[in-house]
Write a protein that binds this ligand. Sequence first.
Ligand code: C2O
Ligand code: CU
Length: 403
Amino acid sequence: MTNDLPESTSTHWHGMHLPAEMDGGPHQMIEPGETWRAEWVVDQAPCTLWYHPHPHGATERHVYRGLAGMFWLDPAAGSEQADVQAQLPHTYGVDDIPLVIADKSFHDAGELIIDDGGNEVGFLGDVVTVNGVAGARLDVSTQWVRLRILNASTARTYALGFADRHVLMIASDGGMLRSPVRTGRVRLSPAERAEVLVELQPGEELMLHSFEPDLGRVAAPFAVGANDSFDVLRLRAAGELAPSAEMPERLASFGPDASAVAVRRRFELQGRTINGRRMEMSRIDETMVVGTTELWTVRNMDLSPHNFHVHDVQFEVVAIDGDTPPAELGGRKDTVYLEPHRDYELLMRFQDYTDPQWPYMYHCHLLRHEDEGLMGQFVVVAPGEEADPSLVSGHEHGRNPPL
Ligand code: C2O
Ligand code: CU
């Protein structure tokens, strides 16, 4: 077993739009016994976010041990989004339920297994926990229930749904979809979120299940979890259910304008590199000018899973291999699964918070990949300004301890 001595870490607010200095990335380490205070003004659409450590080279081991939590942004009173929220199930713990899903493995005595043989995608556990509980159950007392699902696994991708009915997907990482999407399976790769509505009949029991996920053209499906399925959460409806309001048809309007694209970039993920380079703590890879709308083409060059996460912004997936993406990907996102050998076009706008010194990150959120270097750094600068690497070059390079 690897040691459990206190070690330094960081806390990253995943999906939050904030100044880079408050982002909690690998340059913002907190030593044992030390306190770090982050402060910012929340300025983004209502959504379901999360936070987790981000120490360079050790994120997998920290997150796998359970250092993660959810973070909800509710709509401001009187806003258009508040009207939508009022029609949706929105009572925390009653009909609006957080589900933090993570796979683990345990020794017979119930102790967490923390050293595994290793796998191309990272650690795949054989038990799926919900909010830290294996075999989780939920008693439901309303006709409709809203599940806010976070994939907090370090490597595993799920295809969540019910055997006998569709759900209405209403939100993804960065907030509401434009309108609800009826779907049988919600694919969630590590760090992605989805909010879904499900309707129950009085007295019934049903199982939220993870079906065999479609991971695209991977070379060895059995080795990367594509053949695995799990029971996730048992829902037990009361004999009488409180009626819910009619579900709304329009949820949100949003989006930067694709016609305003001023900069295009291409990112190729291969092995543990992006565009041929591994993460270097002392190197700023990209510089964005504030106020710019950009279109990034991101491609998984391998025949095994990767995904792609960008700090600071919520992007829109505008095309996959030139085609319109499925409706489930039609919302604002900060993380997207990359099926092998396909071009994902991501539209985003760098709106504010210039800082030539403090970088944000983009990376694969399969955490072993991230730890091993599948990550890059960018700064957002004012027009005419240049990236200033003096802060990052002063930093020690990350370590790569075992899980
Ligand atoms: Cu959820 Cu850079 O991470
Ligand atoms: Cu990866």
